[in-house]
Design a protein around this ligand. Sequence first.
Ligand code: ADP
Length: 390
Amino acid sequence: MPDTNGCPGSARSIAYAEQGDSKQDTADQLRLLIESVTDHAILTLDVSGHVASWNPGAERIKGYRADEILGQHFSRFYPPEAVAANKPQRGLDVAMREGRFEEDGWRVRKDGSHFWANVVITALFDETGQLRGFGKVTRDFTARYQAQERREMERLREALRIRDDFLSVASHELRTPLTPLQLKLTAIRRAVDNAPNGTLSSERVGRDLDVAVRQVRKLVELVDDLLDVSRISVGQMQLERTPADLAPLLREVIARYLPQATQVGSNVTLEAATSVRGEWDARRMEQVMTNLLSNALKYGAGKPIHVSLRAEDGMALLTVRDQGIGIATEALPHIFDRFMRAVSGRNYGGLGLGLYITHQVVTAHGGDIRVDSAPGQGSTFSVRLPLAPA
Ligand code: ADP
């Protein structure tokens, strides 16, 4: 038997086995199949959309008995607003034009209740290409739709929880530098008020000012991270690539952190090529180095830190290795997520944004970042960056 009638978009004809009365047998089997299907509504419509056949699945899903619905227009399965928008006819038009129409949408049962349906309408053409009607298969996907809605609700609830947690962490983090800042400014005010003209100790005021300046710097860093995150989320983190050398930049960043390293008792060693040149946004790359090094000092305080930088196969390779607390295995896959913190806020301050921003900067440069870590075994962060944009 030929398997197509040659009409574009038409239904293909059924291939029958070639023995004996098999054509009639197969037609009977098909009828029995359709009659025994109860989880799909399978029906046919005449060319104008009136119901021409109805199976038990259709009765189960839509609630009408065959004698109630045969000859009725199929638009009664649609909610009134869909009928007003001429949706039923448009479905038939598409099926006629393209052979098939499929959509997911709300439909109405006999008792007026709604269900979420997956509907496929197929145009039925005869051998001469004449439209003879439509086949329609409807499945009740309400449970699937509800499960999806539940998942969506849970996702939203989780997003709200993360936002609330973040707000409380952020306000705490922003509040922390304000206390010493306020204290030092008050101390300076008092010193100025109490010192008779010309007797103000510049050394004493200088010390207080150093503390105040440090706290302001911390606040600026926190606010900058927050601004970066909002830029990233609206797709506005733009790179300003210029020819740059990562090696001197890295030496500069390490030198800046030496006083803090000494303070926490960590020895920082550097193994770096004299120069690693490429095209990068130098300010952003400095941010990457700063984030990784400050984390190593925070989570690996008192233990040695090793930093390396070299170029290999057109890539710059930067690693920062510490021997600190390490990262729990279950936290590793999420460590570059926004607001991710794998430590208790009571022991370590932070917004959980540094690694997220670092990851975004590295990937915006066409590179990647990975971490090898185990609890108590320290962490190694490895960044790979193409020397030139692709
Ligand atoms: P923050 O340090 O502000 O919490 P980050 O985004 O820099 O945020 O880091 C996210 C989390 O990753 C941290 O809360 C910490 O749990 C973990 N982490 C980052 N760097 C290290 C490291 N070197 N050693 C152990 N844990 C780390």
